[in-house]
Write a protein that binds this ligand. Structure first.
Ligand code: GTP
Length: 194
């Protein structure tokens, strides 16, 4: 079975749960006291997708404003971007819209964009209506899903949806050369979680 390496970056405001989503996906673990990402962290996970194996090379970026200038390093060359907001924080949805704009202007042309409304276990204090977020995602032809890293809701599904959106390989040998390039990423400035 052909293995494809797919670079995926997570973007979004600080504290929305990017690292927690990655930890849940890669290690099926949730840490209530997870510390903020400094720079970015890198993890991988391989999942079956049709006749292929998709090896996700996941770059979890820091949401803190002072790290925003580093983001292009992580979304450049990405097959997909997961932009995360916190359903209980309206501000995080505005930040998401800014990331969408930035990706549109400076991101790879064919990047798959997935919008994840995280912390859906906190629906009783929701500030972002699901309908509004879904309509926004539809308007930019993005994947939309609400997740809970805490309760392991829809995290696998998020990455499955991304997998499905990646067109199957026509020439696996060409891809394996590309994959080599994709693995040669700059070292993260800090690695944490999982
Ligand atoms: N209730 C709930 N809390 C969550 C969920 N996901 C993350 N959290 C909590 O939200 C806080 C921030 O989570 P992180 O995963 O560090 O968020 P982040 O987006 O990576 O933050 P930065 O690294 O600063 O960009 C932590 O206290 C997590 O435990 C969730 O699905 N539900």
């Amino acid at each position: 079975m052909a293995i494809r390496e797919l670079k995926v970056c997570l973007l979004g405001d600080t504290g929305v749960g990017k690292s927690s989503i990655v930890c849940r996906f890669v290690q099926d673990h949730f840490d209530h006291h997870i510390s903020p990402t400094i720079g970015a962290s890198f993890l991988t996970k391989t999942v079956p997708s049709g006749n292929e194996l998709h090896k996700f090379l996941i770059w979890d970026t820091a949401g803190q404003e002072r790290f925003h200038s580093l983001a292009p390093m992580y979304y450049r060359g990405s097959a997909a971007a997961v932009i995360v907001y916190d359903i209980t924080k309206l501000d995080s949805f505005q930040t998401l819209k800014r990331w969408v704009k930035e990706l549109k202007e400076h991101g790879p042309e064919d990047i798959v964009v997935a919008i994840a409304g995280n912390k859906n276990d906190l629906g009783d204090i929701r500030e972002v209506p699901m309908k509004e977020a879904k309509e926004f995602a539809d308007s930019i032809a993005a994947i939309f899903i609400e997740t809970s890293a805490r309760n392991a809701v829809n995290v696998e599904e998020l990455f499955q949806k991304i997998s499905k959106q990646i067109p199957p390989l026509e020439n696996p040998e060409v891809e394996s050369n590309d994959s080599f390039k994709l693995t040669r990423q700059p070292a993260p400035s800090y690695r944490r979680c999982c």
